[in-house]
Design a protein around this ligand. Sequence first.
Ligand code: C5P
Length: 398
Amino acid sequence: MLAGKRILLIIGGGVAAFKSLTLIRELRARGASVVPVITQAGQEFVTPLSASALAAEKVYTDLFSLTDEAEMGHIELSRDADLVVIAPATADLLGKMANGLANDLASTILMATDKRVLVAPAMNVRMWEHPATQRNVAVLKGDGVLFAGPTEGAMACGEYGPGRMVEPDEIADDIAAALMDGPLRGKHILVTSGPTHEPIDPVRYIANRSSGAQGTAIARALSGLGARVSFVTGPADVDPPAGVKVIKVQTAREMLEAVEAALPADGAVFAAAVADWHVASESTSKIKKDGSGSLPVLEFAENPDILATVSQLTVGRPKLVVGFAAETDDVEAHATAKRKRKGCDWILANDVSPATGIMGGTENAVTLITDAGAEVWPRMGKDEVARKLAARIAEALT
Ligand code: C5P
């Protein structure tokens, strides 16, 4: 998702600086190149050598370096990136930036850049809550600076509260979202995908033929429009898209838990083929064929209906909830009734009778059912269905 993107990463002086090394790896794993700049204070926490080794790039530390200026001046450095990121962003760096001070390489780059800036603050809770910091944050937000965190948590200094730097994978998600221009920028959308596996015993399970292709395509299309996507997926055949937050689950009950943990969201798309039942008589040890000819009898219990649960939330319900209806006959009528019964806003109905080849295939033929009635879409690739749905979601949420 970040393929070909160039990130200028300013590492400030804070204990959280060690996480910036992980951030470099995470960004490179997503296809970005990272040029590190480490402040003087930052070098007390991480060495230029480790940052350079992980980034496989030259690391810049000094404003008045004759060699660096001869190779790439600080002005050029500030422009030669798609996004400037500060992680950790200390109170000092935020203060300098908010007030236009430029007395070292990092602050000079921040003044000279013509690119967007994303900051991941990290500092002691009192420093974060200090009116001076909060004033600076307000000024910076007004200037269009993007903020990733901070979050609440235990700190190295022994205190607890807001001021903790968000984890590198979340910063990377925010970077991905910031680099994707689109109508869904700033929106959080939850997508469920894939089948669920319901265990019979430690080695056997009950599943269905869902490949996860449609849900994956939807998550990719939404993040392509700038949404921050939480992707809750069962064991699918296809890899999850890059640039989304992936939460892997096995069972329907785990999927519900993951969905609840990912809320709040502006929108939610339930594309998973969730098993209706789990094995109530699940065995903790492998069921043996004992030679007596007696056959195991499985008892089932109903799974939670995730779509209905979220649709019927009275507090924190996403503004737009989209479900799927995989039917084999009377598709439109069944899907219309399902939309009412579950309480979702839209249903994408599709005919999964074997003759259509849709389940596990690359194409889909859907009917979108909304308040306004049914809209039949022509048969098209699952990617195209995803893009069309994402565009409709963007219209509805903006
Ligand atoms: O009831 P049915 O399985 O046909 O409903 C399909 C829709 O409900 C899909 O959007 C599916 O993701 C969702 N669903 C769910 N949890 C279940 C069963 C279905 O979220 N336990």
